[in-house]
Design a protein around this ligand. Structure first.
Ligand code: GTP
Ligand code: MG
Length: 195
């Protein structure tokens, strides 16, 4: 996709209904601080349209970024933010699940995992739930710039095994710093949304 215009068109809070949009959607899920909003900025060639933060729990709404009046990139709140209250955690979890369950335009789901760490119990739960819902999540291994080149294969394998992914599942290493992996991710998105 050649980016011509982007804007944050819909912001969906805990109590909002999942919107009926006119275009295909692809969504980005993953635990707090894994780099969802940073990835979306990189995909849009914007530095800070999607708000990011070193503090986990930055994105607390479901944000729909309209791309070229052709599709939406959907930024989801992070799960597993330890400092949030149980009540808030449950609300965000419900909100994410409700969106993934209800959206009629959702064409693909990306699950982000920090390339430095083994998947957590929450990551496994989210992955299994997505598969159960009929999605074939694509895994993005984020913060690629934080490890040595020689560690990439081993860490990708640890994610593959830690999530016990379905055969054929893609795991794409990505860095929001260097933009490595960006073109590959766009190619995939195009394959899901272009007619
Ligand atoms: P929540 O909205 O809290 O769920 O977090 P998020 O998943 O949207 O993460 P966000 O994009 O806000 O990034 C969290 C922190 O990680 C920020 O300080 C980013 O600058 C940093 N970060 C994200 N991606 C990368 C990356 O590829 N490399 C490096 N070095 N830092 C990154
Ligand atoms: Mg965010």
């Amino acid at each position: 996709m050649v980016i011509k215009n982007v804007n944050l068109e819909i912001v969906c809070g805990v109590t909002s209904k999942v919107p009926d949009t006119a275009y295909a959607e692809v969504a980005f899920a993953g635990k707090s601080n894994v780099g969802k909003s940073s990835l979306i900025n990189a995909l849009m060639n914007r530095k800070a349209l999607a708000r990011t933060s070193a503090q986990p729990g930055k994105t607390q709404t479901i944000n729909f970024y309209n791309i070229n009046d052709a599709m939406y990139l959907v930024d989801l709140p992070g799960y597993g933010y330890a400092k949030a209250s149980e009540e808030v955690k449950a609300k965000w979890g419900k909100m994410i699940e409700n969106y993934l369950h209800t959206s009629k335009q959702l064409k693909a789901v990306f699950l982000l995992i920090d390339i430095r760490h083994d998947p957590s119990a929450n990551d496994r739960m989210m992955y299994e739930w997505m598969v159960y819902q009929g999605f074939a999540p694509i895994i993005i291994a984020t913060k690629l710039d934080k490890i040595k080149r020689s560690q990439i294969q081993k860490n990708v394998k640890a994610i593959r095994e830690g999530l016990n992914v379905q055969p054929g599942t893609m795991i794409i290493p990505f860095s929001a710093e260097t933009k490595q992996g960006r073109d590959e991710i766009w190619e995939l998105i195009d394959s899901f949304v272009l007619p």
